[in-house]
Design a protein around this ligand. Structure first.
Ligand SMILES: [Zn+2]
Length: 176
């Protein structure tokens, strides 16, 4: 806590205190920028730019060398790859979305029959983000080709999905 009680020196102290605080902050920020962890995180952010900040941070913390992540089933169904035995999942957040009533904001299953929804049919309700749930994903380095483990595989891997969580949401059941 900083206080400037001394009238004589107040103006100077306010000036120097603020300047020192700013230069400390800049130094700390530079340290942070130069730190290996921060660089690693920036690197992950570049690789996972379609993902949320928190998800890319979570990926960086759990699997610093990750390049492509997807759910267990997505690796099997879309890439013909199998998560290798004994690999531990990378946990990230996946959005849970559902159509909600334009009047009361409830989902269909929780919707009160009394509410008329202003006559808007269910199909025209707009989709809202309800919450996030933690879901397990795996990096490509934790998987192996189901066909052959000798072929080069990275060329068959698509770039990150155009929208965040696409691979992840496949495994998340939408609540309705
Ligand atoms: Zn309603």
């Amino acid at each position: 806590m900083v206080s400037f009680d001394n009238r004589e020196t107040r103006d100077d102290e306010m000036q120097t205190t603020a300047e020192e605080w700013i230069s400390d902050l800049i130094a700390d920020t530079e340290d942070a920028h130069n730190s290996e962890a921060f660089q690693q995180w920036l690197d992950i952010q570049r690789r996972f730019h379609d993902y949320s900040t928190q998800n890319s941070l979570l990926i960086a913390l759990q699997c610093p060398h990750a390049t492509h992540v997807a759910g267990y089933r997505t690796w099997q169904d879309e890439f013909d790859r199998q998560v290798s035995k004994g690999k531990s999942a990378i946990w990230i957040w996946a959005p849970i979305t559902a159509k909600t009533c334009p009047v009361c904001g409830e989902t269909k299953s929780r919707h009160d029959d009394e509410c008329t929804s202003d006559g808007v049919p269910y199909d025209d309700w707009s989709t809202a983000l309800l919450s996030f749930k933690s879901v397990p994903v795996f990096d490509v380095s934790q998987t192996e080709s189901e066909a052959s483990s000798t072929k080069p595989q990275t060329s068959t891997i698509r770039r990150s999905p155009p929208h965040s969580h696409t691979a992840v949401t496949a495994s998340v059941t939408s609540v309705s």
